[in-house]
Design a protein. Structure first.
Length: 348
């Protein structure tokens, strides 16, 4: 299958493109002109990967019309992974990349005569503040949002769902990406790494903090932390892309999170133990002061929706369609996760 991949130069995207390329797929990867040389090196080993210049925020997507016409006439599948991901990001950038960008890619898709399937990378953040079991086929459940990233990703998923077409559609709602399951590495502070960064700031006061009976922090201990290592997420999506030809179903949505995720409480206690803080973390009830507390301790207030989440992400569809999917277990990848955090944040 010939594929166009947007976001193929991102953190997840590079893992995904390389997995698909190793399977022999012909892949066009959209890349901005200023980044071309960098990613030519990244994908140099793959003769079946071709970098094409463009930007999803431009209505025509491609810089050159001749390239657009070539790709348009050949591709049978599109993997739309490009997005602006920043929990603290402003609305205009979030809207431009996540909503307008998706509109532009969908418009291009309508012009591809051989297109059979459209794969859209979404996020579990589309659940917003919903509490209860969220099933994969459901998007609208009365939720509200406390950050522009989640809201605009919700809007972009809605665009894909509402697109009336004979092209098959697949949506992958990713959990919070953590580092590679083998080495824990991640290029930026995000998700659980915010907490590691906080503990690193506290390390000079570790002995003093350890004398406390409790350390109160804003979170709900039983909230599920819907994480997944980046390589596991890429494996799941690649399986969906490579097996999509076998499925006649016009639409599927999958929750791409580990089969065994920690609770927020479990993760915090594991981290405190790992980094030598001998104090019990005490969950604070949800209240209006939590935003101020987050500000004072140096954590983004946008994390609160995850730290108090009452959402359970049902995985019935992905487990049914991919029964032989490799297991992704927190108990197996937490050691590389913490080892990397020790090197990066604690300098050892």
């Amino acid at each position: 299958m010939k594929l166009l991949v947007t976001g193929g130069t991102g953190y997840l995207g590079q893992y995904l493109v390389k997995k698909l390329a190793k399977d022999g797929q012909k892949i066009y990867v959209l890349v901005r002109r200023r980044s071309l040389k960098k990613y030519q090196k990244s994908f140099a080993e793959f003769e079946n990967v071709e970098l094409v210049l463009g930007d999803i925020t431009n209505p025509d997507i491609f810089d050159e019309e001749s390239v657009a016409e070539k790709v348009k006439s050949e591709i049978e599948g599109i993997v739309h992974a490009a997005a602006f991901y920043d929990l603290e990001g402003d609305y205009s950038r979030s809207f431009l990349f996540n909503v307008v960008g998706t509109q532009n890619v969908l418009y291009f898709s309508r012009q591809c005569p051989e297109l059979q399937i459209f794969h859209h990378i979404s996020t579990v953040a589309v659940a917003g503040d919903f509490a209860g079991s969220l099933y994969e086929e459901v998007l609208e459940c009365g939720q509200s949002f406390n950050n522009h990233y989640a809201k605009t990703k919700y809007d972009s998923e809605l665009l894909v769902r509402q697109w009336e077409t004979n092209v098959k559609k697949r949506i992958y709602r990713l959990g919070v990406l953590v580092g590679d399951s083998t080495n824990g590495e991640i290029p930026k502070v995000d998700g659980p790494y915010y907490f590691f960064n906080l503990l690193a700031k506290f390390k000079k006061k570790r002995n003093l903090i350890s004398k406390l009976k409790f350390l109160p922090l804003p979170f709900e201990g039983n909230s599920v932390f819907p994480m997944i290592p980046v390589d596991h997420a890429a494996d799941h999506i690649a399986s969906g892309v490579l097996q999509s030809e076998l499925s006649l179903e016009p639409f599927r949505c999958y929750h791409v999170i580990s089969q065994q995720c920690p609770t927020v409480g479990q993760f915090m206690h594991d981290a405190m133990d790992e980094f030598g803080f001998k104090v019990k973390v005490l969950p604070l009830p949800k209240n209006a002061l939590n935003k101020l507390i987050m500000q004072q301790i140096g954590l983004p207030k946008e994390l609160l929706s995850y730290m108090y989440s009452g959402c359970h992400y049902d995985k019935g569809q992905i487990e049914k369609d991919f029964p032989n999917m490799s297991k992704s277990l927190y108990s197996e990848y937490k050691r590389p996760l913490f080892n990397f955090a020790t090197r990066k944040f604690f300098g050892s």
